[in-house]
Design a protein around this ligand. Structure first.
Ligand code: ZN
Length: 450
């Protein structure tokens, strides 16, 4: 099996949105014609893709080798040495003067040097040569300067010096982040984090994915070996290096053979995630009372043998470290809060439609919560513990309808206000590109190279 990791720049000024779609469509058709290698060349030639990697499926996540090619930015004839632009980065050293720094950055052009050393616009730089700060520049092969970024003060803003109409100009600017869309696709073999780690996907994106589908999938219990996901998410880059993850724009998750899709969409009263038809993914109940995290996912499936003797055991147990926050799975009212026999510290919430949820063995309750308090979905109501009949810290969770224990899997009620037809039209227009990207990711990992 071949996995494609495809990263491409979103806001590149050279490629219009329309062209982008053409390219993706082209990619799709090419992929289906078993010409992945050709596609790679095509995309690289267009200068759209910053990194493209084909990697074989790993024997284990550690075996995965990611091949990433970074393109050198070239202007004009690439054979002409003088036309090349190099990205330079240097750290200011103690006691360094500005002219020495310019030399280390490879800026030899006399006009540029004179500008830095004499212009009042750049006078501030002499006073801010703080050791350790990183200065970035784009310098021509002939020592000319195209642009330079110098961090000021705490680094939250900086001075950018750029050529404009044939002469250098300086302007202060906020930190220079660049947002790119990243497309990645993977298969779960051992755990979600095992898969995301091997693909270099940040934890915050893995957690967002679990949150987006939290009404449909319990990421602690429902994941299956062979589950697959495709992601389009934002990543902020600072001087070409990944700085922080943004939000997921589109995601597909195939859980136990069932496909779920989500697309980010902002409307006047807030942004949310919708499926391909434009229906909200928010449900009346979360599938899990514990937020998915590396900690809760690593805590393991500890068995609690005491429940074997508990004839009335009709709940779901979540192993988690003491102190892990427990969240209300739906909007409701505190019906019971206190100690009750084997349950230990227990909270029972009552919800509309005669639903009840119960949360047992808590180490403590959330402050100020008492009988009759109103809670909202996702709100922390207490913390995992081992009070009552238990051999170790875990949460015992029950879901009841009219007093009868039921499997919460069978309840999946949508809650939020549906999109209007105008909003739906907007949604369909805005999500079209994202749908194409998910289709590309889905179709790409086929066994061409085996
Ligand atoms: Zn239990």
């Amino acid at each position: 099996m071949v996995h494609i990791l495809l990263e491409y720049e979103t806001f590149t000024p050279f490629i219009s949105k329309l062209m982008k779609r053409d390219i993706i469509n082209h990619l799709l058709s090419e992929v289906s014609h078993r010409m992945l290698a050709v596609v790679g060349v095509l995309v690289l030639a267009l200068g759209m893709v910053t990194a493209l990697a084909f990697t074989p499926a790993p024997v284990s996540p550690e075996d995965r080798v990611e091949v990433v090619e970074t393109l050198k930015l070239t202007l004009g004839n690439p054979l002409d040495q003088g036309d090349e632009i190099y990205a330079r980065e240097e750290r200011i050293v103690r006691g360094e003067r500005l002219d020495q720094l310019l030399s280390r950055l490879g800026i030899t052009d006399n006009d540029a040097r004179a500008y830095f050393l004499r212009s009042p616009e750049t006078a501030v730089l002499h006073r801010q040569l703080v050791p350790g700060r990183v200065v970035n520049a784009r310098v021509g092969g002939d020592g000319s300067l195209f642009s330079l970024y110098f961090p000021l003060n705490g680094g939250e803003n900086g001075l950018i010096i750029e050529e404009e109409d044939g002469r250098l100009k300086a302007r202060e600017t906020a930190r220079q982040y660049e947002t790119r869309q990243i497309m990645k696709s993977g298969e779960i073999r051992y755990s979600l984090f095992g898969a995301t780690d091997s693909l270099g996907i940040p934890d915050s994106i893995a957690v967002q994915m679990a949150e987006i589908f939290s009404g449909d999938i319990d990421f602690h219990r429902d994941l299956r070996k062979g589950d697959r996901f495709s992601l389009v998410y934002e990543m902020r880059f600072l001087h070409g290096k990944p700085a922080s993850a943004g939000r997921i724009l589109a995601v597909e998750f195939i859980n136990a053979g069932r496909t779920y899709q989500a697309f980010y969409f902002a409307r006047e009263d807030g942004a949310s995630y919708y499926n391909g038809e434009g229906d909200s993914l928010r449900k009346a109940f979360l599938r899990s009372p514990l937020a998915f995290s590396r900690v809760t996912s690593n805590f393991g499936r500890r068995f609690h043998p005491i429940h074997k003797t508990w004839r009335e055991h009709k709940g779901i147990d979540y192993g988690a470290p003491t102190g892990t926050p427990i969240r209300a799975t739906g909007d409701g009212i505190v019906q019971f809060i206190g100690v009750r026999g084997g349950y230990g510290n227990l909270i029972v919430l009552s919800h509309r439609g005669q639903y009840q949820t119960a949360y047992a063995h808590m180490s403590r309750f959330a402050n100020s919560l008492k009988k009759g308090s109103r809670v909202t979905q996702g709100e922390t109501i207490g913390y995992v513990g081992s009070t009552g009949w238990t051999t170790g810290p875990h949460l015992h969770y029950e879901f009841r309808v009219r007093g009868q224990h039921v499997n919460p899997l069978s309840i999946a009620l949508p809650t939020s206000i549906p999109l209007t037809s105008a909003q739906k039209a907007n949604f369909q227009r805005e999500s079209a590109d994202l749908k194409t990207m998910l289709a590309l990711l889905k179709n790409a990992p086929v066994a061409h190279f085996e």
